[in-house]
Design a binder for this molecule. Sequence first.
Ligand code: LMR
Length: 394
Amino acid sequence: MLSNLQPQSPDKILALMAEFRADPRAEKIDLGVGVYKDETGLTPVMRAVRKAEERILREETTKTYTALPGEPAYREAMARLILGDDLPVDRLATVASVGGTGALRVGIDLARMANPALRVWVSDPTWPNHVSILNYLGVETLTYRYFDAETRGVNFDGMIEDLRGAKPGDLVLLHGCCHNPTGANLNIAQWDEVAALLAETGATPLIDLAYQGFGDGLDADAAGTRLIASRLPEVLIAASCSKNFGIYRERTGILLAICPDSATRDLAQGAMAHLNRQTFSFPPDHGARIVTTILTDPELRRDWETELEEVRTGMLDLREQLVRELRERSGSDRFGFLAAHRGMFSRLGATPEQVETLKRDYGIYLVGDSRLNIAGLNKNTVPVLAQAIIDVGI
Ligand code: LMR
C-alpha cells in the first residue's frame, strides 16, 4: 500500500533550513526560517520561561490529561493578551492548539464544518504553509492583492478591490501584524476600512497572529485584531506563542472564535473541542503552562515583557543599521522600506537568480521569494549583507 505514495514537494522554508545546516562554510548567514536569534546566533530560552519551568517542575502534581479544549486559565490568559481585558465573554469560544499552525488547521476545519463549500482568501503573497494546508484540505483558495513590488508597501487599493469579491461563508485570512513574508503591514486606518468592508461583504476574518510583540509592541501589534474583533459579529483568531515566548518546539497556540451570539458560541465551543479530539485529542500542556505561569505572575510577566521588548527593539536597530549601510553603499534611499517594515521579515525584492547567487557565492540564505529574516543578522553581519546586496545588483 505505502508504495503507492507520491513524493511530496518539500516545504521551501524547511528545505532551506536543512540546506543551511549542511553548508560547511563558517561565514554562512541564515536569514531563512522565521526563528529569532540573538547576536551570538542562538535562539535563547527566555528568562521568564526558564523561571516558569523551574516553578512548574517544583509545583506540578500530575501529568494526567488536561481538558479537551486545554486549561481554562491558559485560554483566558491568552484571550486577554490578544483581545485585551474587555473580553466578549458570552460570545467567545477558545481551544488550545498544537502551535499556531494547529490553530489555523482547526479554524479552517471549523469553517469547513459550517460551510462545506468554504472559500478562503489569502494575501498575495502569504506564508506558503497557508496555501499548502488549504490545498491539502481541498479548500478553494482565492488571493487578494497585498504587496506592492514597487513601493514594497501594501497595495491597499488592490486589496480592497479584490476583497469586494468576498461573500458570506468565505474566510478572509489576514495577518494580525508583522506580515509574513513581506513585513509590510496595515495601519490602523486601513484596518478600519478592512473591518467596514468585511462587515459589508459578510465574510468572516481568520486572523493569523504569530508575531504579537515583534512589531510595534504587544498592544500595538494586537490593535488591528482588536478593532476587527470589536466591529464584526464573527471572527476567528489563530495565535502562536512560538515566537513571542520563544517556545517554538513546545507547540503552543490557541484558536479563538468570536461568535454572533452565545448560542452560536456554545456550538462553536463544542465543535472546536470535537476537532481537537479528532485531530490529536488533548492539546499539549507544557508550553501552555509556561505561558499561563508567566502571564498570571506580575513579576514573571514584567520580565518577559522586558525581554520581548529587547528582542523587538534589537530587530529595529538591525533594520536601521541595514538601511544605513545600504544608503552608504548605494548612494540612495531605495532600501528605506526596510526600516518601515515590521517584525522578523522583509521582502527584499530580489530575483530568484539573485537569491541563488547570495546563497551560492556569499553563503547568505534567504527564502526564494527574497524574504529575509532580520533576526538572523547581527551588527557584524549587517555590513556583509549590505555589501552582498549591492554586489549582486539588487
Ligand atoms: C517561517 O515562516 O519561517 C516560520 O513561520 C516557520 C515555519 O514554520 O515556516
